[in-house]
Design a binder for this molecule. Structure first.
Ligand code: PEP
Length: 257
């Protein structure tokens, strides 16, 4: 039985004061609830320290949005996975479409970063997904296959415990347009089958695959209720406590069937 994961990607939003307020608000509302999944918030680096006291795992955990592909050295502006671990981080997002688009990151970067995340004892959330033209051209499955084949077999020590996949159709990110539950389930089943080929059937069966792309309180239950959807990576709706909590409620309701 896979535990769901709901992870909030705050992107370039919320400095220390605002981040602390949101994180403590979430922690206060969730404390003492017996959730059947995991909840993670991923603030900007500079906000991590302010959020850490609210995100020590009961039940909110701390995540980061990026890390270096190296452990140390002359890489101005970079932050290593080991430093993030020391700051209380448990999860690191890698491969987000915005990193691909605006920072030109490619498979090789993702392999280096995920290996660093794993070497630091953290969990990676690896994002992938097709753009609109690729979907319209009937190439969504092939694009996803290339993105997974380009990274998963090259990882040094990936397993179902330290790796989470996040299928994020780029046409649904921040657009208000959500994949239908049928599309999400189809792409997740496709991803799991590929992960079976690349990492082994046992790992693939236990691997959590999140959906990301305009997930909201009113669609979370149906999306996360799909057999191969194990939670959500949430952008815009993670910035408001009520919306993020509503998505967690949707995930809990999905557990009830
Ligand atoms: C994301 O950026 O990972 C994301 C899913 O954003 P949104 O929820 O705003 O579509």
């Amino acid at each position: 039985m896979r535990r769901y994961l709901v992870a909030g990607n705050w992107k370039l939003n919320l400095g220390p004061a605002a981040g602390r307020e949101l994180a403590f608000g979430l922690a206060d509302r969730l404390r003492g609830r017996e959730l059947r999944g995991d909840v993670v918030v991923c603030p900007p680096f500079v906000t991590l320290a302010a959020v850490a006291p609210a995100a020590q795992g009961d039940p909110v955990q701390l995540g980061a949005q990026n890390c270096a592909a190296w452990d140390k050295g002359a890489y101005t502006g970079e932050v290593s996975a080991a430093m993030l671990a020391e700051a209380g981080v448990r999860y690191v997002i890698v491969g987000h479409s915005e990193r691909r688009q605006y920072f030109r990151e490619i498979d090789q970067d993702f392999v280096g970063k995920i290996d660093q995340v794993h070497a630091a004892g953290l969990k990676a959330i690896f994002c992938y997904g097709e753009v609109l033209d690729e979907r319209k051209g009937g190439r969504a499955e092939a694009v996803v296959e290339a993105q997974l084949r380009g990274v998963l077999p090259r990882l040094e020590g990936a397993n179902a415990y330290n790796l989470v996949l996040a299928y994020e159709p780029v046409w649904a990110i921040g657009t208000g347009e959500t994949a239908t539950p049928e599309i999400a389930q189809h792409m997740h089943a496709h991803s799991r089958a590929l992960a079976g080929q690349l990492l082994g059937a046992e790992t693939a069966g236990a691997l959590r695959i999140l959906y990301g792309g305009s997930c909201k309180p009113d669609n979370a239950r149906e999306l996360i209720g799909q057999p191969d959807v194990d939670g959500g990576l949430i952008g815009g709706a993670s910035l408001k406590a009520a919306d993020f909590l509503g998505i967690i409620d949707g995930a809990e309701a999905a557990c009830d069937g």
